[in-house]
Design a protein around this ligand. Structure first.
Ligand code: GDP
Length: 443
């Protein structure tokens, strides 16, 4: 998980603070020293860390805090607020022009994820009932145009291209005209990148900017490159006056430095965060949610939004009724897995649950396509009765199921055990809630 080291360290510091009834100035000083080290180790810009700690200290060492009932919590709250402020405070939304089309110019070094992010952004806009057009201006990287076209086909988003023998400025202008003629309300211009920043690249980008007057100039940077990403952002911003940053590869083991420093160093807000290669792996960036994720307070809001978009609430209610009445069958288990899969990679979901990263074993849970297929094959090899009554599954039946589903008996056993554990847990759960409990999914 991204930020794992930072999150663990900060959560340890705060665990100690929380357990103390009273705090002395030394306690706070000690905690802040550890926070400082944790941030530096996460590759947060040195000056940013210094300012950050100074701001927190100013608020945390006052009499008010020391006298409060829960001084530890107050300090954590201050850190949370300052982290949020560091990343820009409130969400920075994508611009929308009063005179469509809204023009978004995507810039960045090669390999940062520019073309992929263009596709993701187009998909996001399309979901919001917009009609984006993607324009292929990267005429240098081999296959960049083709890559955009393939993405366009996959997403059913039109792509405007003129091959690699036409000047990018002319392509951008013609693309914009094409959008106007065809009623596209957003134009996403995928520009060329280079391995390093150079004058020719900047000149070309400036010329494209001049020609199409974009409403947004988004710089795509790779979070895995840490402080380099911040330096790149700073250079681009100086020359191009960016309007926002798209931070990619947050699914890797980035230490977090880029996410925490970009806004503070460049003044330019992070507008989107990408955490995967798939087209739906782009989310608007919310500084407050990111701060609570880092501090282990979870990100329930994003989780709820994902659930609402991906989960069939009627099915969820029916499932809940079954769980309560212990009628949960193997078929239900399958369906449940399907639903969970729709939410995205399980380890990312777990990052959003408060405290979940502390639960041993949770991290190893995986619902991937391969496993889904295996479970599906096992369940499909069961008879109707077996699906409802797991107790029927004796050794010879298990052997039959293993053969029928192309799995080993051990795998079948492991799955049945998982299922039984889950059923047991549900029984306990519904017992705890009582017949009138479990009102969570009322409407
Ligand atoms: P460009 O040269 O900036 O246009 O970069 P691409 O869009 O071609 O992306 C470079 C590589 O990074 C590709 O293999 C992408 O699949 C991958 N990539 C892009 N965004 C992400 C992300 O958020 N997470 C991961 N893991 N890979 C990404």
């Amino acid at each position: 998980m991204a930020f794992e080291g930072l999150a663990n360290r900060l959560q340890n510091v705060f665990g100690k603070l929380r357990s103390k009834g009273k705090l002395s100035e030394e306690d706070v000083g000690e905690a802040l020293r550890e926070v400082r080290l944790a941030l530096l180790e996460a590759d947060v810009n040195f000056k940013v860390v210094k300012d950050f700690i100074a701001k927190v200290r100013e608020q945390a060492v006052g009499q008010e805090v020391m006298k409060s009932f829960t001084p530890g919590m107050v300090v954590i709250d201050i850190v949370n607020k300052e982290l949020t402020a560091l990343m820009g405070g409130t969400q920075s939304k994508l611009a929308r022009s009063n005179r469509p089309p809204t023009v978004i110019m995507m810039a960045g070094l090669q390999g940062a994820g520019k073309t992929t992010s263009s596709g993701k952004l187009a998909k996001m806009l399309q979901k919001q009932n917009h009609r984006p057009l993607m324009v292929a201006c990267d005429i240098y990287r081999p296959a960049a145009i083709k890559q955009l076209q393939v993405l366009g086909e996959q997403l059913k988003v039109p792509v405007f291209a003129m091959g690699d023998q036409v000047n990018p400025v002319d392509i951008a202008k013609a693309g914009l005209q094409h959008a106007k003629d065809n009623g596209n309300d957003y134009v996403i211009i995928d520009t060329a990148g280079r391995l390093h920043i150079d004058e020719a690249l900047m000149d070309e980008l400036k010329n494209v900017r001049e020609a199409v007057q974009p409403d947004e100039i988004l710089l795509v940077v790779d979070a895995m490159t840490g402080q380099d990403a911040v330096n790149v952002a700073e250079s681009f911003h100086k020359q191009l006056e960016l309007t926002g940053v798209v931070l990619t590869k947050l699914d890797g083991d980035t230490r977090g430095g880029a996410a925490l420093s970009v806004k503070a160093v460049t003044g330019c807000p992070i507008k989107f965060a990408a955490s995967g290669e798939k087209m739906d792996a782009l989310e608007p960036f919310f500084p407050d949610r990111m701060a609570s994720r880092i501090l282990g307070m979870g990100d329930m809001l994003t989780l709820i939004e994902k659930a609402q978009a991906g989960i069939d609430m009627d099915k969820a209610k029916e499932m809940e009724r079954k769980m309560r009445n212990a009628e949960f069958t193997f078929d239900d288990f399958l369906e449940q897995m399907e639903q969970v899969k729709k939410l995205g990679p399980l380890d990312q979901i777990l990052d959003m649950l408060p405290g979940a990263n502390k639960i041993k074993g949770m991290k190893d849970l995986k619902v991937d396509d391969k496993q889904m297929a295996r479970v599906e094959a096992i369940v499909k090899s069961m008879t109707k009765e077996e699906k409802v009554k797991p107790e029927l599954l004796n050794a010879s039946r298990r052997k039959r199921i293993a053969l029928g589903s192309g799995n080993s008996v051990q795998e079948v056993n492991r799955f049945i055990k998982q299922f039984e554990d889950m059923r047991k847990m549900m029984k306990q759960f519904s017992g705890m809630m009582g017949p009138k409990g479990a009102k969570g999914l009322k409407n």
